[in-house]
Design a protein around this ligand. Structure first.
Ligand SMILES: Nc1ncnc2c1ncn2[C@@H]1O[C@H](COP(=O)(O)OP(=O)(O)OP(=O)(O)O)[C@@H](O)[C@H]1O
Ligand SMILES: [Mg+2]
Length: 521
């Protein structure tokens, strides 16, 4: 008995001494194993061979000529450095491609990989973001070491904003350390070792200024959504291997897709092919492109069942948009109106610009507001009720009118400065003035919409009537209805010059009280 007690005592002593040590040892072993087997710890920078199967050539990237020219120069330099060096030219060290998502930045880099005969290393910046301090930096060192060993080489860092955002915002400090390492590596080589770094990012203004100074990413190429000619080329690239019906109007599709990016256009081409295949046709027709465009812009047709009354409300709502768009000279013409529910919307009016525009006047923005408010105003006028259906329109109205006052200096009293909402030094009085200006602008647009619709009530009824009957109206139908009701359309709005003093004529009128609304139906 005493023996047992003794051994138990001994055992307890032994445990008190050794148990913590065993535990610590176990934790150390687990940590070491984790580090060893963590895939990212051993990750090597990925090298892309020009002959890899999904290789992309210059001809596959369309509509971004400036970016292509810039990159072609680099490729040429790497092919024949002697020619440039002979006249003392130095290759740019870093090129930063930036622009909205889907404009082809990654695609451009792939084309460079394929076209230059230099070694090409690609890594996404998110691979440098690590839980352990110092790992990301180590990986950057490794990437550049590897690339420098096999120079001439190109290093491509995609989605640079993952590590490139301004320093000092990261609590752990790991990202800052990673970025510092990147800055050092970008500095660390001279022009002679033939290393070119290409970065891609969506957010230029979020990047640390040190990254953008000359000597690092000293060339910045803005990759924009393509213009009309560019869109035609992108569509041509993506329909190259698809059977098209003879006489198909690709130019029409290009004209209707102003503002869409290369990725959107690729998507439209694919959707068109899917639609044709679904109907078991072996060629893609213009109608497939139209349907695909509609699907990409407005969403899938939904199977929601709506009541007759709702349908009437939607018809008048869309007719209100269409009427305002038709009668105001500066708005994009209505391409199609439909009250077939699609995506989130119960109906929609598709306005498509006829040409690419880069500047908008105040009048044009006002007209846009009138069109946006036209839907809800028509509803209110006809049914004496307002519904929840206009929330999307109202959001756009808010965004546009706010931007008019705060960004574009289009308010009456606050014309000469930008008024940033995040500016904490702004006084309460100024904030109130902004609200007042915005209210003034939207009120004006609302009055204008109300006046237009009351004045042309017959046209509204005709449009809504035909919409209810046929559920969708095309450009030709709209032209026919407008001509039928308005005669040869000589409304002052339609005849007004685009750039004349219409502001004074249409929008600067004194506040007239809107006509009284009819009682509820
Ligand atoms: N200029 C273009 N010419 C041809 N196809 C394009 C073009 N731009 C985009 N595409 C198509 O869109 C797809 C996506 O493009 P990409 O991945 O290059 O976009 P990105 O600019 O890198 O976008 P993100 O900023 O989101 O990374 C491409 O695979 C290609 O099919
Ligand atoms: Mg990309």
């Amino acid at each position: 008995m005493s023996l047992l007690a003794f051994t138990y005592q001994q055992f307890e002593n032994w445990m008190v001494v050794w148990l913590p040590i065993i535990f610590m040892g176990l934790i150390a072993v687990v940590l070491i194993l984790m580090l060893r087997f963590m895939p990212s710890f051993k990750m090597k920078p990925q090298e892309i061979k020009p002959s890899s199967s999904d290789s992309v050539g210059w001809s596959d990237v369309a509509g971004v000529e400036e970016a292509k020219d810039e990159l072609r120069e680099v490729v040429e330099f790497l092919r024949d450095p002697g020619r440039f060096k002979a006249i003392g030219a130095r290759v740019p060290k870093g090129i930063l491609l930036h622009g909205p998502p889907g404009t082809g930045k990654t695609l451009l880099a792939k084309a460079v990989a394929h076209e230059s005969n230099a070694r090409f290393y690609a890594q996404s910046a998110s691979a440098f973001v690590e839980m352990f301090a110092g790992l990301g930096a180590a990986r950057i060192r490794r990437l550049f070491k590897e690339a420098r060993k096999s120079s001439p080489a190109i290093v491509f860092i995609d989605e640079l904003d993952a590590v490139g955002s301004t320093r000092g915002n990261d609590v752990s400090g790991e990202k800052d350390q990673t970025l510092n390492q990147l800055l050092v590596e970008l500095d660390g080589f001279g022009g002679r070792d033939g290393l070119v770094v290409i970065g891609a990012s969506n957010l230029l203004d979020k990047l640390d200024p040190a990254l953008l100074r000359p000597g690092r990413f000293d060339r910045q190429v803005f990759v924009t959504p393509p213009d009309l000619e560019g869109r035609k080329q992108v569509l041509a690239v993506h329909t190259r291997d698809k059977p098209l019906e003879p006489g198909i109007d690709i130019e029409l599709v290009a004209r209707q897709t102003s503002g869409l990016t290369g990725a959107d256009l690729a998507n439209i081409c694919n959707e068109a092919a899917i639609l044709a295949a679904r109907d078991r046709r072996d060629k893609i027709a213009t109608t497939d492109f139209q349907a695909a465009l509609e699907r990409v812009v407005a969403g899938m047709q939904s199977r929601r069942v709506i009541t007759d009354h709702e349908k009437r409300v939607v018809a008048f709502h869309e007719a209100g948009h269409a009427l305002c768009a038709e009668l105001l000279p500066s708005t994009d013409k209505v391409h199609r109106v439909s009250i077939i529910p699609r995506g989130q919307a119960l109906g929609y009016t598709l306005n498509l610009p006829e040409e690419d525009r880069y500047l908008k006047t105040r009048d044009e923005l006002m007209d846009r507001l009138v069109v946006l408010l036209g839907g809800r105003t028509a509803e209110h006028l006809v049914f004496g009720q307002i519904t929840t259906g206009a929330s999307g329109d109202l959001r756009s109205v808010h965004d546009i009118s706010r931007a008019m006052v705060t960004q574009y200096g289009m308010g009456t009293g606050l014309m000469s400065r930008e008024l940033n909402a995040g500016d904490y030094s702004m006084s309460d009085a100024t904030r109130r003035a902004i609200d007042d200006e915005q209210q003034f602008i939207t009120d004006q647009a609302h009055r204008r919409a109300l006046a237009l619709i009351t004045e042309h009530r017959e046209l509204l009824d005709a449009l809504a009537g035909e919409l209810l009957e046929r559920e969708a109206l095309e450009r030709d139908d709209i032209d026919r209805i407008v001509a039928g009701v308005e005669g040869d359309i000589a409304t002052p709005e339609r005849l007004a010059p685009r750039n004349g003093d219409r502001a004074s004529a249409l929008y600067a009128e004194p506040a007239t009280p809107p006509p009284p609304l009819p009682p509820s139906e």
